[in-house]
Design a protein around this ligand. Structure first.
Ligand SMILES: CC(C)(COP(=O)(O)OP(=O)(O)OC[C@H]1O[C@@H](n2cnc3c(N)ncnc32)[C@H](O)[C@@H]1OP(=O)(O)O)[C@@H](O)C(=O)NCCC(=O)NCCS
Length: 231
């Protein structure tokens, strides 16, 4: 989310939204696919609903058309119900506030995955859709060709307890407190940086724990999630 200018959302109907939770019959009915240019207005409307801010239109154009991003939608009944947007960056070009995620030994050659956005439509939350999207990113970044990517990180508002609980549930570690990191509707808000080490980025011990955790997670996660073909 860093480097983006935040704008006040123009969605005035937000208070009228009906907050009904829809349990999915089967997560197997949720398909994952890459975003494409025709998704722009749907994605924009969803982000306006999920976040108290608005990204510039150029950002929506980029994430729906540029291959620079790992921008994936979760689709249910032909409607986008969730999405994740991430990018890979060389570690050495990170902003000062993100330096220190990796140990010095990794500085020159390593890369990191940055989650710019992750959201699920309100009525479909707590069905494992964000888990599905995050898993697809992790699977993408833990292949042999992506071995240089040593961590996945993100920024989150300190007040966003749902997202914090979600990331902690997925073993992301709190890395840093970022006072006044966000400017939202003219007011400064604090943020956190959360990090998940992958591909041995947290050192040998973390690499070992990571392997054990992924094996256990694979065995215990619901069948529907296990059988899904990877993107
Ligand atoms: C955060 C968010 C993406 C989670 O999506 P989701 O599809 O509901 O998440 P999942 O169903 O995969 O949740 C997996 C686990 O995370 C934890 N979790 C997720 N949301 C939670 C909540 N509101 N409260 C407590 N724990 C939560 C739970 O452990 C959950 O497992 P369980 O449902 O079996 O208890 C969703 O709440 C959202 O879109 N929020 C608004 C957008 C946002 O803030 N994005 C993050 C920006 S950094």
């Amino acid at each position: 989310m860093a480097g983006i200018n935040w704008y006040r959302s123009s969605d005035t109907n937000k208070d009228c939204a009906v907050d009904v939770h829809v349990p999915l019959c089967s997560l197997a009915d949720v398909q994952l696919r890459f975003l494409c240019p025709t998704d722009l207005s749907e994605v924009r409307a969803l982000c306006q609903e999920w976040f108290p801010i608005e990204y510039p239109i150029t950002w929506y154009k980029e994430i729906t058309s540029s291959q620079r991003f790992y921008a994936v939608a979760a689709v249910y009944n032909q409607v986008i119900v969730g999405l994740i947007v991430a990018e890979i960056k060389p570690y050495r070009i990170l902003n000062d506030e993100d330096a220190g995620i990796l140990a010095k030994a990794f500085v020159k050659t390593s890369e990191v995955g940055y989650i710019l956005s992750l959201g699920v439509s309100k009525q479909y939350r707590r069905n494992g859709i964000a888990t599905l999207l995050l898993d697809s990113l992790i699977n993408q970044l833990t292949t042999a060709e992506k071995n240089k990517v040593k961590a996945i990180f993100l920024h989150v508002l300190t007040t966003n307890s749902a997202a914090i609980l979600f990331y902690e549930h997925r073993r992301f570690q709190l890395h840093k407190f970022l006072p006044y990191y966000y400017l939202i509707n003219g007011r400064c808000k604090d943020g956190f940086t959360y990090v998940l080490y992958i591909n041995g980025g947290g050192g040998l011990f973390t690499w070992f724990i990571e392997k054990i955790y992924r094996a256990i997670y694979w065995m215990w996660k619901p069948r529907t999630l296990r059988q899904r073909p990877e993107l």
